[in-house]
Write a protein that binds this ligand. Structure first.
Ligand code: UGA
Length: 454
């Protein structure tokens, strides 16, 4: 099928390359010439595992190209997928890119008699596709729904494993306002054999928000439990969660007695909070939408409040452990919002570094791939010493702070490495390592306080 995708950001590009890998003829549209040039030369402008190879492969097979957006170039697509940004402005979702794109599509539809289905993939609040998008396209094109199609097909890609998530999805949600669009979506996704959920567009929009908001709720709930455990003392929240994870409703037992260990358990681990371009934005987006609808959002308010507070738990651990922080050398391990990505958007590390800067400490920072983006984000703190080799600086620093769960930091638990930390403080804000591996150091973490206060 001939597919056009508007927006070559994270979602648009992965979708484009993924659809092309299944044999569709994909054109990704953007308005920035440098991105088009890069993509057509086979180099992605974003980092994602496996993207380089897959992009190279689909270009070689003549199934993918990138183009500057113009109305005339959209007219021979069977489906136009909209994957433009929907950022948050003042806690509300900003739909201006969606409106601009709907206008462009409206003008394109005016130029052709072809039936084209417009499918929104960007995360938008419920009702956006069947009201704002529909109205805009109808107004600009002079056509009515039926002369073109309308759908909503949310994405569930996790950064770091987005290609895998696209190629092996757990479900595909096919929101639609007309039968022809449902037929086209079924054809588009016919190479995939997974649950296909066919609903109206506003239900599809709500599924996306519900999914992210529930995951974020779990994280904040566990973080709050961790803070209660730490305040009580002599309880390790990891032991608590081990007890909870053993509940067969979270972790089903197979007939042979083995456990399934579902991925959902990885959202039930304490830490210093969630970040990234999705969870904070989507929880805020649904909260503000809910207020707009006159519905109280007690849970979503609390999810965000706990998450704002969580980085401060790390600062609290540090200030309680070190009497005079002035000039102390702190090594930050991890700058990205999670491992396997170079993305630092809404990263908890960035928030913590801003707090540390107020404490007049000397900051050393490492990340396997996130340093360039972090430097850009932290331009206002010129004193940070970025290091490519964290092992080398270990002996000179006073405190190590693990803020992102990069696999390579597990090496800290090696005997030789942990010996280097003797007499120093290790704050493991992601519960990456076992406290027992650091007998000579002060090991501190979220949800763990060896003293008993009660
Ligand atoms: C998330 C969802 O998981 C995807 O399904 C969704 O498609 C995507 O948002 C989106 O809306 O585009 P992503 O932002 O890539 O994906 O990241 P996750 O792996 O879900 O992690 C999000 C944040 O939660 C990270 O900061 C991570 O460190 C944090 N987290 C995760 C915790 O703090 N604790 C946990 O136990 C698990």
């Amino acid at each position: 099928m001939k597919i056009g995708i508007i927006g070559t950001g994270y979602v648009g590009l992965i979708t484009g390359v993924g659809l092309a890998s299944k044999g569709h003829q994909v054109t990704c549209f953007d308005n920035q010439a440098w991105i088009i040039e890069k993509l057509n030369s086979g180099t992605p402008h974003i980092h994602e595992n496996g993207l380089n190879d897959l992009l190279g492969q689909v270009i070689k097979n003549n199934l993918f190209k990138a183009k500057l957006i113009s109305e005339s170039s959209l007219t021979d697509c069977e489906i136009i997928i909209v994957a433009v940004g929907t950022p948050t402005i003042n806690e509300h979702i900003d739909l201006s890119y969606i409106v601009n794109t709907a206008e462009t599509i409206g003008r394109a539809l005016k130029q052709t008699d072809n039936f084209i289905s417009v499918v929104i993939k960007s995360t938008v609040v419920p009702g956006t596709t069947d009201s704002l998008v529909l109205r805009t396209i109808e107004d600009v094109s002079g056509k009515k729904l039926g002369q073109f199609g309308l759908g909503m097909n949310p994405e569930f890609l996790r950064e770091g494993c987005a290609i895998d998530d696209f190629i092996y999805p757990d479900r595909i949600v096919m929101g639609h306002e007309d039968q022809k669009t449902l037929n086209l979506l079924e054809k588009l996704y016919s190479p995939w054999d997974c649950d296909k959920i066919s609903v109206n567009t506003r239900t599809a929009e709500m599924i996306k928000y519900a999914n992210n908001c529930l995951l974020a709720t779990q994280i904040s709930a566990v973080n709050e439990l961790a803070n209660i455990a730490a305040a009580t003392g002599n309880i390790d929240i990891m032991d608590v969660m081990k007890g909870v994870h053993a509940d067969k409703r979270w972790n089903p037992i197979l007939p042979n007695g083995n456990r399934i260990k579902p991925d959902i358990l990885s959202y039930l681990i304490p830490g210093c909070g969630f970040g990234g371009s999705c969870f904070p934005k989507d929880v805020k987006g649904l909260r503000s939408f809910s207020k707009h609808m006159g519905v109280d959002s007690f849970v979503l308010d609390a999810v965000l409040k706990t998450n704002e507070n969580q980085p401060l738990q790390v600062i609290d651990l540090l200030t309680k452990a070190v009497e005079n922080l002035n000039g102390k050398k702190i090594l930050i391990l991890g700058l990205t919002f999670k491992p396997d990505t170079d993305d630092v958007r809404e990263s908890i590390s960035i928030k913590i570094i801003h707090q540390l800067d107020q404490l007049k400490v000397e900051i050393f920072a490492h990340d396997p791939i996130g340093i360039p983006n972090a430097k850009n984000e932290l331009k206002d703190i010129p004193g940070i010493i970025y290091t490519e080799n964290w092992v080398e600086v270990l002996s000179t620093i006073d405190v190590v702070l693990i803020l992102t769960k990069w696999d390579e930091y597990k090496r800290l638990a090696n005997k030789e490495m942990s010996a280097k930390l003797a007499g120093k403080i290790l704050i493991d804000a992601r519960r990456l390592l076992a406290p027992e591996a650091f007998p000579g150091s002060t090991y501190l973490s979220i949800g763990l306080n060896k003293c008993s206060y009660v």
